[in-house]
Design a protein around this ligand. Structure first.
Ligand code: GTP
Ligand code: MG
Length: 307
């Protein structure tokens, strides 16, 4: 599954505007769930691709999901995202963004409470057959529900949560202060309609909406990027920090993970400084690693595998 974020926020805070800014699509349908892709800029990609003579550059992609409102049912569509972007109105001068954040966190809490309540109801019925595992889950869910009813998010839940619960209140929240002092979604949505170079010239080197959100997302979810350079395509991939070469292989394709033999690893800047793979090898800067190698940010991986 691609990395994904959900956009939430109070009415009129600028959710749809941010969606447009991130996905560069004007085609968001009001009143409906909208899904689009944002490409994550990475300034290391172009120099790596140049060394590899890559014909194609593919940046890492981020799935963006916008829901039209904050009801429990709508928020429920965001149970599988990796993080939530909370849009706060700082542009109109009519709102207090700190209060709005608290209101929104409460909405997420209520959505989780409803969700746990429904699951509890279902498991209670099933547990009537006397299955000990289901009876244990009933006890566990009752405690989780009490925790939520005390208005505490599940990020503060001390124990383990029932498997597959997919709560909202454990997700990293990324505050997007929408307005001239923060991330100006309206301006960014307008820039998103311009050709890339024109928008970049206007920003005078500043990161832009997607760059800024990506940076904060990588920090919040603790992600790194690795690169591959195969079949004339240089590509960036997100990975959780601490994940291994085998996880990286699985990110690319399950077949590559299944047939994993070993992995050649080069630091991206060793590659660009050397100017070619052959030179990197000559300098002794290419390493051979196994499945359990912990991938680092900026690694260029060449995974050898059997099919
Ligand atoms: N001046 C200004 N206007 C903004 C900004 N962000 C959003 N708006 C305006 O505010 C209105 C609402 O923005 P939307 O992006 O539709 O807000 P939303 O959160 O999707 O609204 P709902 O889906 O109706 O809850 C639009 O008219 C936007 O043009 C901003 O940063 N500055
Ligand atoms: Mg909207």
């Amino acid at each position: 599954m691609a990395l994904s974020v959900g956009i939430v926020g109070l009415p009129n805070s600028g959710k749809t505007t941010l969606f447009k800014a991130l996905t560069r699509t004007g085609a968001s349908v009001p009143g409906r769930e909208n899904v689009g892709m944002a490409t994550i800029p990475d300034e290391r990609l172009v120099p790596v691709a140049a060394v590899e003579n890559a014909k194609k550059i593919t940046p890492a992609a981020l799935r963006v999901i916008g829901v039209p409102g904050t009801g429990a049912q709508l928020l429920g569509n965001l149970r599988q995202v990796d993080a939530l972007l909370v849009v706060l109105d700082t542009w109109s001068g009519a709102r207090n963004p700190d209060d709005d954040l608290i209101t929104l966190q409460l909405e997420l809490l209520i959505a989780d409470r409803d969700h746990v309540e429904r699951r509890l109801e279902r498991v209670r019925k099933q547990a009537k057959s006397g299955d000990p595992q289901q009876r244990a889950e009933v006890v566990q869910l009752e405690a989780v529900l009490a925790h939520l009813e005390a208005e505490r998010p599940l990020s503060e839940w001390p124990g383990e949560l029932p498997s597959g619960l997919e709560p909202l209140t454990t997700k990293p929240l990324i505050e997007v202060r929408n307005g001239p002092g923060g991330l100006d979604a309206k301006l960014e949505a307008e820039l998103a309609e311009l050709p890339e170079e024109e928008a970049a010239a206007f920003r005078e080197g500043a990161a832009g909406a997607v760059g800024e959100i990506a940076r904060r997302l990588f920090e919040a979810v603790d992600l790194i990027s690795f690169f591959t350079a195969a079949e004339n395509e240089t590509r960036a991939w997100p990975l959780r920090r601490g994940q291994t070469a085998l996880d990286a292989a699985a990110t690319i394709h399950t077949d590559i993970a299944r047939g994993f033999i070993r992995c050649e690893v080069i630091r991206w800047n060793d590659l660009t400084e050397a100017g070619s793979r052959a030179e990197v090898v000559k300098r002794g800067q290419q390493r051979l690693e196994g499945k359990n190698y912990v991938v680092e940010d900026g690694d260029v991986l060449n995974i050898r595998f059997n099919v």
